[in-house]
Design a protein around this ligand. Sequence first.
Ligand SMILES: [Zn+2]
Length: 308
Amino acid sequence: MELKVGKKIYSAARMTQTTACIVCQGPLTLFGPYSTYTFMRCLVCGTIQLSPMPDEAEMGRAYQTEYVAYKQTKEFSDPEKWRNVSRTYRASIIQVLTDYRVNGMVVDFGAGWGHLVNAMIQRGFDARGVEISRDQVAYAQQRGLPIQQGDLNTLREFEGQVSALTMSAVFEHLVNHAAVLSAVHRLLKDDGLLVTLHPTAATFRLVGNLFRFGNKRKPLPDLAGALTAPWHTVLFSIEGTKQMIARHGFEIVEIRPAPQGRLGGILGLIQVSLELVNKLGWRAWNTRWPLVTTHIFVFRKVSSVAPG
Ligand SMILES: [Zn+2]
């Protein structure tokens, strides 16, 4: 069997797995193993994805049995530390809401401890959040934040009333993209905005390969958490993000480079330096610049009936 992609022809022998890209159905090639999981990369849209993709039951099992042993849990399990590290992400998302003059209800999906909801409320937005983790919701509620436990289906009473829905470092964790995007579509008003900040594939492809001297069978480094399976299920390419979200009744309005987090220490220095380099790279090459690790995508709801 041969498959033609653009000008290239791939034979079946080169496809190490038979599954297709979750975004574009394109053929997948090995990117690398991580723990007991395998990341594959789409030869057409460039999206890096777990293959096979775990389902919700498998993810539930992994969160119960593996997450506690996951070494970065400790670093990110302190709400105050995370509040400090993620302050640049919050500011960049609030800047989008301000630039688009969002007024009316804003929902933060995957609200965690509620830092973004808190910051949005302080800036005058009518913000609320939903979060799966009971511990994080308890923390947020103790601080009086309007965050409820569950998924987007717990907000059914607000369908068609939400002006903007935000996801900060959430999209890369999903296994049920279609269900989430359909729920977002139902919640938003016509012309409502979906704002997602998530790590994208290009930098991690580059650095992941460099670290292994191009040997794709070597285990992947976790690259500050970006390639840790199964918690990150998909690192969408820019093109992959556009295709996946547009298919569910949205149009892309804008793509921005997200700032780096503020980890502190040596990684923090790398983050700040990279952010400076990226300012120049983005100015010259825009979305073709490969060292922006994370992007902010602004989508607008377009059709009043959610497809699929
Ligand atoms: Zn693809």
